[in-house]
Write a new protein. Sequence first.
Length: 160
Amino acid sequence: MTKNILFKQEKPLKGKILSGIILCVAAAFLLFGTEPLQTRIIFFVCMVLINGFSVSYRIKENFENKKVFAIFGLPFFKTKLSVAFPDYISVFSASFSLDNEWGTIAAIGTQERQESVVIRFFTGNKHFTLYKTENYERALQMANELGEMLDVEVHDATKE
């Protein structure tokens, strides 16, 4: 059996908040709505499924990688993940900024900054971001496991 490591992509904070709000609205609609019960149940179930949706990258020892789409951890669709075999794997800290278009006054152009630890494959002058997290120990552990499985050097750039 081929060894593999699954990198579940974390949902951004805005996505978590929005899906939570929509799920609450769907629950209120289910309980207090005046539409037919069947319509309210279908809407609620759809919102629960959307809330449980996730994307993961499955990296295999033989490098036949997959992008896995799942609902509450149960895969329902897989596609080939086309990424070049890495020369090395890097773990580093990064700051990502996103336009905060949902702010109270979007016209002033506020931005949200998010500090993350990133695992990237580097091949020549190209890179592929495999995983972003706020947990340094978890990122380093996963990168080291991946490096050992693929027999590729892991460079910890967070110490520089």
